[in-house]
Design a protein around this ligand. Structure first.
Ligand code: NAD
Length: 502
């Protein structure tokens, strides 16, 4: 299915080609064939989209910010219905573009739908502000919420539409206008979403889209004086560039960056056969779902020393049995990596780990099956005997690579789990309820799972401590990111104050 969408730039309600006429091929990672050709936008296209969003915002008096909240919520619900109408088509597109299984693609579309419904409900249920006590019956003070203005929304390739929805839904719910830049590697479902927003009746200019590379498109969006807020999800290196670029114009900045997430397993969690099976099964899921290309992947297994050999042996046995394949293959459990670059990066991390003394227990190579030779597949890999001195333990691989470290005491487990510059998410497995709460309380991570790994809820904040980011998505805070608070103080009986006597 090679599609041509050379007019994939959406500005003021019109589809356009890049001003330069440049295009980019989007690849199917399962066989490296061309899936689509899209516009390769540049600085000029970013400027045009920002100008459209700026005009549509109209100092807060444009058609979208002036739309009553109930109507904004109704439109977001219509978008959710359209997403469900097109669920199969969008799920397949996400599966082909990002290299995930078809079932994962469908689940992504359901989660995108949930995000639109959640923010519609949240904004509709909220009061327009709050009256505060100004200390006198002659004073009236109210704090109101207003949209921030033009929001630049920059997204990554691993969950293309899901990450976009966590930004677009709250930004629009709050009455902002937006310019979206999807990853140049996986832009297809975000292009499709723009069509659904228009079909749902969003006024022209309220949502604009520029397909193209991080630099110049994302870089321009981050520095442009008419952008009021930049919300970025992606890697640490690009995220710090965005923050720097946004500094001169003092934009609001929200960053959702990477993670090097610990999965801590105490021996007591595995005292029964069922407990052992569950902890191993979930450790596999934590590390290898979507081939480990998940910001919250449990890529560091931190297991109690007495359990290590038994746990790692079973984990490696099951990792070897994971079936790789293209997303549409009903037997596939894991798809390919998203790009040749991501595959090369994964191979390089495994080589460096082995050179630093890690012991390979599973994977460590590309699959031998002939049907997978052209795609960017890599076998789920378990590296035992790892330690904090190794790059593979400190840095985010973003591939199917699980490292194993061990501990003897609870303090040691917590110290290892917190010994990372990131702080996105972590899991703890234990049958001891007191220990579960103690450890959860001490982990310096934005999400902590007890006896589980990976679930998130639209109504619960998502984001990181440390270098995992700034700000939160989802939950009430995920809407607050896109609002300014304004205090309106009214004196009902004004009189001179006579501070100055003359
Ligand atoms: P990336 O940083 O390479 O790219 C992310 C986006 O930023 C892309 O759209 C890219 O074009 C753009 N970009 C690149 N350079 C830019 C610049 N100088 N200025 C502005 N924009 C620029 O990340 P990626 O490889 O697409 O995604 C993987 C990363 O995303 C991983 O580190 C992962 O952990 C992270 N991620 C985090 C979360 C989270 O919720 N915390 C979720 C998903 C992914």
């Amino acid at each position: 299915m090679s599609e041509h969408r050379e007019n994939s730039i959406f500005v003021a309600g019109e589809w356009r080609t890049a001003a330069s006429g440049a295009t980019r091929e989007v690849h199917d990672p399962a066989d490296a064939t061309v899936l689509a050709v899209v516009a390769e936008g540049g600085r000029e296209d970013a400027d045009a989209a920002i100008a459209a969003a700026h005009e549509a915002f109209g100092d807060g008096r444009g058609p979208w910010p002036a739309t009553p909240v109930a109507e904004r919520a109704a439109l977001l619900r219509r978008v959710a219905d359209l997403l469900q109408r097109d669920r199969e088509e969008l799920g397949l597109l996400e599966s082909r573009d990002a290299g995930k299984t078809l079932e994962e693609g469908r689940v992504d579309i359901d989660c995108v739908t949930d995000a639109f419904r959640y923010f519609a409900d949240l904004v509709a249920a909220e009061s327009a502000g709050r009256v505060v006590d100004a200390g006198s019956p002659d004073l009236h003070s109210v704090v109101v919420h207003e949209p921030v203005g033009v929001c630049a929304l920059i997204t990554p390739w691993n969950y293309p539409l899901l990450q976009a929805s966590w930004k677009i839904a709250p930004a629009l719910a709050a009455g902002n206008t937006v310019v979206v830049k999807p990853s140049e590697i996986t832009p297809l479902t975000t292009i499709a979403l723009m069509r659904l927003l228009a079909e749902a009746g969003l006024p022209a200019g309220a949502a604009n889209l520029v397909t193209g590379p991080g630099d110049p498109v994302g870089a321009r969006m981050s520095e442009h004086p008419d952008v009021d807020l930049v919300s970025f999800t992606g890697g640490l290196v690009s995220g710090t560039k965005v923050m720097r670029a946004a500094a001169d114009t003092v934009k609001k900045v929200a960053l959702e960056l990477g993670g090097k997430n610990p999965n801590v397993v105490f021996a007591d969690a595995c005292a029964t056969a069922e407990g052992f099976d569950t902890a191993v099964d979930q450790a596999l899921n934590a590390a290898f779902i979507h081939s480990g290309q998940v910001c919250s992947a449990g890529s560091r297994l931190i297991v109690e020393e007495s359990l290590r050999e038994r746990f790692v042996a079973e984990l490696a046995r099951r990792a070897e049995r994971i079936r790789l394949g293209r997303g549409t293959d009903p037997d596939a459990e894991c798809g390919p990596l998203v790009s040749a670059a991501q595959l090369a990066r994964t191979e390089e991390y495994v080589a460096s780990a082995l050179a630093e003394g890690a012991v390979l227990r599973a994977g460590g190579e590309r699959p031998a099956e002939p049907g997978l030779a052209d795609g960017w597949f890599y076998r789920p890999t378990v590296l035992d005997r790892c330690h904090r001195g190794m790059r593979v333990v400190r840095e985010e691989v973003f591939g199917p690579v699980l490292t194993v470290e061990t501990f003897r005491t609870e303090d040691e487990a917590v110290a290892l789990a917190n010994d990372t510059e990131y702080g996105l998410a972590g899991g703890v497995w234990t049958a001891d309820a007191g220990r579960a709460r103690r450890v959860a309380g001490r982990l310096r991570h934005g999400t902590v799972w007890i006896n589980d790994f990976h679930p998130y809820l639209p109504q619960a904040e998502w984001g990181g401590f440390g270098k995992s980011g700034v700000g939160r998505e989802l939950g009430p805070a995920g809407l607050a990111e896109y609002r300014e608070s304004k205090h309106v103080y009214q004196n009902l009986a004004p009189r001179p104050v006579r501070w100055f006597k003359g």
